[in-house]
Design a binder for this molecule. Sequence first.
Ligand SMILES: Cc1cc2nc3c(=O)[nH]c(=O)nc-3n(C[C@H](O)[C@H](O)[C@H](O)COP(=O)(O)OP(=O)(O)OC[C@H]3O[C@@H](n4cnc5c(N)ncnc54)[C@H](O)[C@@H]3O)c2cc1C
Length: 266
Amino acid sequence: MKPSAFAYRRASSLSDAVAALAANADAKIMAGGQTLGPMLNLRLAQPAEIVDITRIPELCATSETSDWVNLGALVTHAAIEDGLVPDPTRGFLARVAHGIAYRAVRTRGTVGGSLAHADPAADWLSCFTALGAQISISGPTDTRRVPLHGFMRGALDTDLAPGEILSAVHLPKFSANARFGYAKFCRKDGEFADAIGAALLDPDRAIYRLVASTTAGAPIVIEAGAAFAPEEIPARLDAAGSTGDSYERRLRAVILKRALAEAMGK
Ligand SMILES: Cc1cc2nc3c(=O)[nH]c(=O)nc-3n(C[C@H](O)[C@H](O)[C@H](O)COP(=O)(O)OP(=O)(O)OC[C@H]3O[C@@H](n4cnc5c(N)ncnc54)[C@H](O)[C@@H]3O)c2cc1C
């Protein structure tokens, strides 16, 4: 199918894009277009106007402070995979990026688009949540910075208000002893995962965080202690509201155990 007719506008700055959204309640942002493109073609989305944000320099920028790495929303999966942006995880992010879809999708797909679309199976949602990421959200009056955990309210549903743009992702810097783990189960390479597990063990900062994707909503977060045993995972997931049938819940637990085992060096 072809998309229904829409007006097209290329925004030159973040304020220009925010103004375009404010001027037309039926406008929609396009970043990498890897999800929005098919949705337009299938007419699952029929916006009156597309606001193209891909040429906004401030959304492509990266920076660092003593405690944070800041990635503009337009940083692509491929840029992370290729090590072209600062990586506070010493290569862990590149590995996660490499597992997203196919290279063609990674070349255009963006971190901002991935988080804003809020597919429960999206890799960055689980990975960045485990890392304790924050995001910046820019609207007509200000830019607010909030934890990523809590941003996703459900499948394809976020805390973004109409007219707001996810403008940056902020990743904390980790101690030298921090360890990371990531595992996912896909029926076919390059496709969305049936289950994702992510783990961050940063003993110097007393952070022992496990994250499991869900099929229906936001990732499940387990704040585990230093003495946490992998055998506790199924019960902790169930207590945290793990949904689905017994196969789905078991798969989620197995994949999260694999992520934890990697972080523990096993
Ligand atoms: C075949 C295929 C396989 C895939 N497999 C995976 C996978 O295994 N893992 C995975 O994580 N992802 C996967 N994806 C998703 C892909 O990686 C992109 O992350 C995703 O398409 C969204 O990023 P985008 O930049 O293309 O956003 P777009 O398609 O441009 O936009 C998606 C949605 O987000 C909104 N949006 C975009 N940017 C912003 C912003 N900055 N602020 C507010 N709203 C915004 C748009 O309005 C739209 O509603 C796959 C995609 C395809 C086509």
